[in-house]
Design a protein around this ligand. Sequence first.
Ligand SMILES: Cc1cc2nc3c(=O)[nH]c(=O)nc-3n(C[C@H](O)[C@H](O)[C@H](O)COP(=O)(O)O)c2cc1C
Length: 211
Amino acid sequence: MPLPLDYMDTVEKLSEIPEDSMIQLVYVSSMTFSSRLRASVFDEVEAHARNYNEQHGITGTLCYGNGQFLQCLEGEKGEVLTLQKRIFADKRHKNVQILSLKNIHQRSFQDWRMRLLFLERWLWSPATKKQAVQLSPFLPFAPHGWTPQRTGQFITVINTFDNPPHIKAAGITYNAMGNMVKHFAAPHQAFLIVQGFLAILLLLGLYLLSY
Ligand SMILES: Cc1cc2nc3c(=O)[nH]c(=O)nc-3n(C[C@H](O)[C@H](O)[C@H](O)COP(=O)(O)O)c2cc1C
């Protein structure tokens, strides 16, 4: 279990942060295969986190995209670390890695929200496409190993989004596995469309020949 202490030189040492101060913790993790098969994971996490985080003065964001979670938690040191231990022990994700941990004087986020970064460009509205320009330096979404600087830049961008590019905006829901399939389909759309068209022509030809 990776603990904040001694994690990386660039991560501020936990012990050097005063007990009564506020901290911001950003970590990444990968959703487990079994969780990807269940669409309800997002709802479960969101329902729990919304109540708990509000009661414990924790703000921030939970981003999901490309099978990866990136979560930013801000609040009193003790509160954040208590929650961090529970989250890190959660079996619904793995490969947990802390990207940044620092003492903060003011929060970046006013509340806690989940932001699902579904990356199917063809589903995005014009407004979403505008937002996506800011996001594009961080895509494809693979946050493991990001430096604290890059992490900070991402947090700044995501903080400006009320509604980041996400599937709910398009009124469509499907599970994370379906999302994975679409991750393959999206970048190869033109190829798949042409191939599909040719396959239809071929089938039509065979059908006509058989008469
Ligand atoms: C990626 C991820 C992020 C989570 N974020 C939060 C959160 O911000 N707040 C929260 O209360 N639970 C969050 N959870 C759920 C906790 O891991 C845990 O299930 C919950 O706190 C219940 O803890 P318990 O099983 O020890 O009772 C998250 C889970 C995952 C997988």
